[in-house]
Design a protein around this ligand. Sequence first.
Ligand code: ZN
Length: 541
Amino acid sequence: MFFEILDKSLAARIGKIYTKSGYLETPALFPVIKVDFNPEIINHIKKLNFKSVITNAYLLWKKLKGDIVDIHEYLNFKNIIMTDSGGYQVLKYGDVSIRPKESLEYQIKIKSDIGVILDYPTGLSRDIEFVKKSVSLTLRRANFARRYLNNSETIIVAPIQGGTNYNLLKYCARRMKEMGYEMFALGSPTGLMEKYRYVDVLKMIMTVKSIVGDAAPLHLFGAGHPMIFPFIVACGIDTFDSAAYSLYAKDGRYLTRDRTYRLEDLSYLPCNCEVCRRMDPKDFLSLDLNKRIELLEKHNLNVSLEEIKHVKLHIKEGTLWNYLEQKARAHPSLYEAFMLMKGELEYFAEREPFTKVNIAGIFFFDPYSAIHPTLISYHRRLLETYFVNDEETLVIFPFLEEKPFSRSHFMKRFKDDLIKELGHAAIDRIRIAFIGYPFIFIPFELSEIYPASQWEGWIKNYPERKYLSKFLSGLLSKIKTKNFILFEDGRTKNLIKKIEDLIRAKGTADILKIYIKKDLNSAYLENMVSIMDFLKRRLHI
Ligand SMILES: [Zn+2]
């Protein structure tokens, strides 16, 4: 297998794609290099330690009149080179003069590491006949190109067309997967990106990903501005190309990770890269046009790479969702796109990893940040694995200040007291859990484990009442005991009431309820005798 997944967060992954020119760590950006490139830009890309670029094999073929070169020598770049087939030119000019077979064979002959079938892009067309034509032509060419799958060292990418016609997009994705392709690409989003239609782009990504699955890498053509990178990666894009660094530069525009500025509007350069630290906006404007473009391109590349590093860091520590919450504020279209993601929590929850080694705490800010894919995934696993039998007694506390709860001072003391009063054997029949928002319920056994071990931010109200009721009834169906000690404070009053109602709805129960007036410790000390008596009776000691 040429693709290996090393780490995950949401639908994003850090992975390795093995090519004949070495491996590429994903998520990865392929800056678009023109056939008539500026060698300074290639040198800069190498200096930045970019491992991947993409160039257009069709335009090269046209320029060289079909002559064969080694593309690595031609670009003076020994790392990974992806070639585009000319599909974009089809979209722009209606057709190209190369035949699909010729296009693919040319890409293989010039030793491209990752080649693309000459597709027939849908673009933004809503003309159903045209969309059908683009899908069927692309599929026919993909079917023909299968013969090269095992006969070349070039990884062959199957572009998926259909645009925003989701039925045809799904159909195309399904057929491509059946044909045995190992790497896919989503075509046609360039026009959507230019119009800030991020919602459509993310919808297309999630639609395709749900069909082609998680085993294969998925490429996005024309990813555009770095501010969209975290969102496309979170939805499952592994590699993407972008010419934005250059297109914006030619237009005199300066990128930051979240915005675009016209050079004339900048009073300062908010960056300290090797270009910016020696100049101010006036210096930029006084340069001759070609030099200005070159330096802007270099800066824009720095910013794009920086964004990818941030995204990777957040995947590694499991905080990508928190990062998206922040980034969504950069532009109303991003916010809208993020709202769409919030409506697709299942998509993300089912892809969340069960464990994480290198973690940082998840932050919760307001009731709406409680709707978090990591929590949904946690709840789902809890309902699958949690069980309390009828011989046991369940003791429920509000969330403690100290995390992880199981190793807090209070818990140590409580456990010591139990052993002293009831003996070691009885301990096994006492189950402990903690309640509060946004996790709702954390069993003692899970309180040291990701994600319950490390998080910040207490939430007063849970916004999704329906979800909450469904989760609680699911949970209570796994709790068979009728013996409970419930600690209640001001924050958990409503939650305790819901739990108590559910317990009583199942029949008679024996509940000892302790009200926390001042703090947990004093409530425990005041009621210690009755707590121990209750436990002794229930455990027949
Ligand atoms: Zn800079």
